[in-house]
Design a protein around this ligand. Structure first.
Ligand code: FE
Ligand code: FE
Ligand code: ZN
Length: 288
């Protein structure tokens, strides 16, 4: 049984997150530990963790993933932003451990007014401040679309960060299908060679999580706009340029065996999402 789920809300604590995941027939899920755009967080005691874990066990949900908020920027040259990123990441590791999760997905960072090299060094330096022997979860650096000054748009950039991290055994990678496609990897026609390259540069062992998303744009567009899986032009959120077939083949490929798949596809409106259908499509179950 493949491990697949979606991003779910943590606003009702871990218990509500797990219930939401179960309602999509998911057997895993991903949460931000609070709003993704700020660093305000509930105390761990108020996150209904024990109830959540019990529910997860009863409903066979496991291998959950935490996503660090995207305002965290370890590549920033601004001291206050950098210090916040380091201290917040430390506290995020505590929350991730409390959730019983082994994976924190992190956007490596953006170099803004500096350059890639500066950013890569800064990120590695920050990770060295955060990681120690007792760190349990893997910090999974996400492959990025290459918008603006984002670092991590190539496997090589991620490898350069990892080379500079002392406790690099704690670093994993999150492969986002929308982002790799947008940054220029041809995952539609050449997924095998993309993964051979990934294996050469990073090693398949580093790969822990896939974000399975469609993309509204063409390969190499560097936009980062997610689409619903295989959506056609009738979908109000737009057409998926990657397509169902390519995404299905990725999920069921040799390279993805045993990995965790998380959907971050758009909601149709504020009350409607397609997670349940998308999970079913990607599993390949014809009848429930
Ligand atoms: Fe992300
Ligand atoms: Fe992602
Ligand atoms: Zn994205």
């Amino acid at each position: 049984m493949i491990k697949i789920g979606s991003h779910v809300s943590i606003s009702g604590g871990l218990i509500e997150a797990a219930k939401e995941a179960f309602s999509y027939n998911a057997n895993t899920f991903m949460v931000y530990t609070g709003a993704p755009q700020n660093t305000k967080r509930l105390p761990i005691e108020d996150m209904k963790i024990e109830e959540g874990k019990k529910y997860m066990k009863e409903h066979k949900i496991s291998d959950i993933v935490v996503h660090a908020p995207y305002i965290i920027n370890l590549a920033s040259y601004k001291e206050n932003i950098y210090e916040l990123a380091v201290s917040f990441l430390k506290s995020e590791i505590k929350r991730t451990e409390a959730f019983g999760s082994n994976y924190i997905v992190l956007h490596p960072g953006a170099f803004t007014d500096k350059d890639v090299k500066y950013g890569i060094n800064r990120i590695a330096e920050g990770l060295n401040k955060v990681l120690n022997e007792d760190t349990k979860p893997y910090i999974c650096l996400e492959t990025m679309a290459g918008k603006g000054s984002e670092i991590g748009r190539t496997f090589d950039e991620i490898a350069e960060i990892i080379e500079k991290v002392e406790m690099s055994n704690k670093i994993g990678v999150c492969f986002d299908t929308c982002h790799t496609h947008d940054s220029g990897y041809d995952i539609i026609n050449n997924f095998e060679s993309v993964m051979d390259n990934f294996n050469k540069v990073l090693g398949l062992d580093r790969l822990k999580v896939f974000h399975i998303n469609g993309s509204l744009n063409k390969c190499g567009a560097k936009k980062d706009r997610h689409a619903n899986i295989g959506a056609d032009e009738n979908n109000p959120r737009g057409r998926d340029m990657i397509g169902f077939k390519a995404l299905y083949n990725i999920v069921h490929s040799e390279y993805a065996k045993g990995k965790i798949f998380i959907l971050e596809t758009p909601w149709i409106d504020k009350n409607t999402n397609l997670y349940k259908e998308e999970i079913k499509m990607l599993r390949g179950i014809k009848n429930e």
